[in-house]
Ligand binder design. Sequence first.
Ligand code: IPM
Ligand code: MG
Length: 358
Amino acid sequence: MNIAILPGDGIGPEIMAEAVRVLEVLDIRYESETALVGGAAYAAHGHPLPEATLKVAQSADAVLFGAVGDWKYDTLERALRPEQAILGLRRNLQLFANFRPAICHPQLTHASSLKPELVAGLDILIVRELTGDIYFGQPRGRRVSPDGAFAGQPEAFDTMRYSRPEIERIAHVAFQAARKRSKRVTSVDKANVLETFQFWRDVVTEVHADYPDVALDHLYVDNAAMQLVKAPKAFDVIVTGNMFGDILSDEAAMLTGSIGMLPSASLNAENRGLYEPSHGSAPDIAGKNIANPLATILSLAMMLRFSLNQPEAALRIEAAVTKVLESGLRTSDIWSEGTQRVGTREMGSAVVAAVKSA
Ligand code: IPM
Ligand code: MG
C-alpha cells in the first residue's frame, strides 16, 4: 500500500500530523510519500500543484489530503491559487464521485445550531459530482493584474455543462450507495431554470430504471437548501452536481454541529481516491493547536475502507473516535459546558491511545 500524504496549508499540517500518528499505530504495512500542495507548494516551487506532487499522487493507491488556501494568495491569478491544487488533483485522477457524509454524533447533538430533536440521529450522505459542471466549463475573464483587478475587462463568464456519461456514472454511484442504506435518493437540480439541470433530471430518471428497489425524488436546489434546515432527517442520499454539492455539503455539515468532524472521499471509477476533511484550511487558527483533527482521522478511516481494503482498521479508528468523544474530550469547535477542552495534539493522542487499546 502506497499512501500519498499532502498536508497543504493553514491547519492542514497540524491535523495531518495527528492522522499520520493514528496510521502509524494500526499495525498495517504501508509506504508513504509526503509532498507540498496548495499555497505551501506555490511558496516553495511557484505552483500549487507541482509536477512532482502530482506524480506522488498518481503513483499512490490513495491520497490523504489536508486542506489548501490562505488569504495571502487571494490576489494571485486563478491558475496559481491554492484551490487549483485540489481541482487539478480531482481532474487528473478523475475523482468524479465525492462522498460527503453528514452524521450527527450522538455526543454532539447539542453542538448543532438546530434544535437537538431535529438533528439527533442525523445521517445524510451527499454524493457530489466532482469533475464537471460550471467548475470545469469554459471560463472567460482573468484576473491579470497583481492587485487582482480585471484590468478593464467588460465581462466575465463561466459555462455550466454536463455530458450524459458524466451524469449516468454519478447517478449509478448514488443509487448503489443508497442500496446499502435506506434505499432513498434525492436528486437536487435547478431544472426549472437551467437546461443543464433539466438534462440532469432526465438522465438521473433514466438511470433510476435500473434500480427499481430504490426510491427517487427530485428537488430544486433552493428548496433542498430550505428542507435541509427544516427537516434534515427526511434526507438519506442526496445526489447533485458539482456546485450545488459544494454549497449543500457545507450546509449539511454545519447541521451536525461541527464541520471539524466530517470526513470525505473522492473516488474514481477504480475506487482509487483522495480523502480529505470536509473543512478548509482555517488560516485564522493555524499553528495554535486548536483545530479539530477528527475529520482528517475519520478520512483516514474512509481511505482504509474504500481504497485500501482494510475495513477492520477503519472500524478500529471509528470506534476509537467514539470512545474519545464519550470520554468527554472536545476541541474548541465542539466544546460545550461540562466537557473537557483539549488541543489538536491532545485529541490526536487520545485517539492514538484508544486505537492502541482496542
Ligand atoms: C470543497 C472546497 C473546494 C470546492 C474549493 C477549495 C476549490 O470548497 O472541497 O468543497 O469548491 O470544491
Ligand atoms: Mg466547499
